[in-house]
Structures are given as structure tokens and as C-alpha cells.
Design a protein around this ligand. Sequence first.
Ligand code: ADP
Ligand code: MG
Length: 316
Amino acid sequence: MRLDELGEFAVIERIEKIANQIFPEKSSSVRLGIGDDAAILRPPSQADIVTSTDAFVEGTHFRWECEAVRSIGRRAMVANLSDLAAMGAKPLGFTLALSVPPSLEMKTVADLLRGMLLEARAANCPLVGGNIARSPQTSLTLSVLGSVKRGRGLRRAAARPGDRIFVTGVLGASALAWKRVESEGKPMGHRPQARLQAGLALSCLDSMGACIDLSDGLLADLGHVLEASGVSADLDLQKIPLPRGFRAACRKLSVDPLELATATGEDYELLFTLRSGTRMTAPTLARKLGLPVTEIGTITPQGGGTFIQKSGWKHF
Ligand code: ADP
Ligand code: MG
């Protein structure tokens, strides 16, 4: 049935019902969920609240014809959860502002929601409220709320000269999957994940420097850390961790693997720095974070420029 045939309140009722189906366990941090003028959340004591919002807009962030409807919902949720991960925060809940054409089918909204909620459930991040408005195109604006131990939130601006630079996981899988969508016309099948456990583990490390999630690509996001921290970096591109079979797949598509892995986004891995004095090695970190971890460079004093070691030095 179309949304305008159902009417706003019936749509909200359906949304609440789907949320209860997918997320039946009640989270103890939600004192009041969907249904009142606002939700009430109770963070752990001695916690700072972390919040972030991100819009997912038809034509800009997604196209109906390129992926399953659920996948659109999943990606919107992961992008938001990843911002909490990058701050070292634990999710408390999220709200969803939906802008939709009145002619949209309820089934489509239900599938968007299922995609979001499946990711949200894995992250223990319940839907606690939202809004619906009519609009010529569909957009999903999610706001996530999380908590972090007081004063322990991770920041971009905390890198210092001498810090060692690490990344979790492998880079480039999302970009490659999108290339395949383009060239083979298959729907998007790759599903990145928000690194919430890893972010939480990092927020407990004494030797922690800066942290950011890789949403726009390694070079752009490292650039944000460097700018915020007033430092430069030496980066060894040969050390960038690539997915298995990545170089061969890139060759087939005539794309440069290192460029694809470093200049494009949606990997949602974490990039972080640790103080030079730390005894942590990549394998120790991998055990703590529950993910592969690779050391890819060092932070240098500002004005050094950023050097990328590929074959010889390249300056940008
Ligand atoms: P109000 O008029 O007080 O803003 P609404 O009638 O817009 O309240 O919404 C009623 C309840 O339904 C609120 O608790 C709101 O958070 C929830 N809600 C509305 N839209 C959504 C949505 N898209 N997803 C989840 N909850 C929603
Ligand atoms: Mg009200």
C-alpha cells in the first residue's frame, strides 16, 4: 500500500511494529522509546554523550536501481554507527527522520527499515524515535546517540609527531564492489561494518593518539587528522592492507589498486595513532581489537608535508 493511502499515524505504527519485531529485547538504557513527544535515554553514570547525524539522500547517496532496498538502509545505518565507533562510543539508540514521496510503497519503507534495524540490532542500537515528512525524493536522516567513559572520547585532533599510524581491516573492498556494480551491472553485494568493538577497545588504551573512521578514503581521512592535529605524516603505501585477490581484480577492471584503496571511501575501518613509546605491536592490537591491524606510517612535525612512499617519494 502507498504511504498516502495509509496515512502518517498508520505508517508510524507500522514502523514501530517492525522495530519491535526485529529488536524485541528492550535495552535498559531506553527508558522511553517511540510514541511520546521525545525519547528518554539513560546513559551509564560517569559517561559523556556522543552524538552524530548523517543524511542518506536519493540520487546523492543511493539509487534504487543499484542495490537492494535493504542494502540502502544498512549502509545508512553503518555510516552513522561508524561515526560512533570512531569516537570510541557505545551506542544508546538512534532516531530516523524520513522524507518520502507520498506515492512510495509501505513495503519499500519497511525494507529500508529492516536493513537499518538488522545493522542496529547487531550494534545494540535501538530505534527510539523519528519523524516523517513528504518530499519529492526519499532521504533518510539518522541521528545516533552513544556514550563514552567521561573524557575518553577519541578525537581527530589528538595526533602528535612520533605517533605510529595504524588501520584496522583491509581497504578498498567497497570501492571495488562499486566498480563491479558499474561494470557488471550487478547489485551491490559488499557490506562494510562499523568497528564499534575496536573503537571501544581503543578508547581504553593509555597510549592512544587520534582516531577517525575511513568513510571518504584513507588519504582524505588521514588528511582530516593531520589538519586537526597540526601535523604531517610519512605513509608507506606498500603496507596498505588490501583484500585477498584485490590487485588481480583491479587489473581486470583497469584500475590502479592503490588508488582505489586509498582515494575512495566506505570502508569504515578505523585509522588511529598510538604514542611512539607504546609497546603495542600490530598483532597485540589485533587481539585487543578483534580485527586485523596494520601499521602504515608515522606522524611527523607540521611543515614536513605528507610523504607517500610508493616507488620513491611523492609529495602532496
Ligand atoms: P510529535 O508531533 O510530538 O513530534 P509525531 O506524531 O511526529 O510526534 O511522532 C509520534 C511518535 O512517533 C514520536 O515518538 C516519534 O518519535 C515517533 N516517530 C515518528 N516518525 C518516526 C520514524 N520515522 N521512526 C521512528 N519513530 C518515529
Ligand atoms: Mg509532540
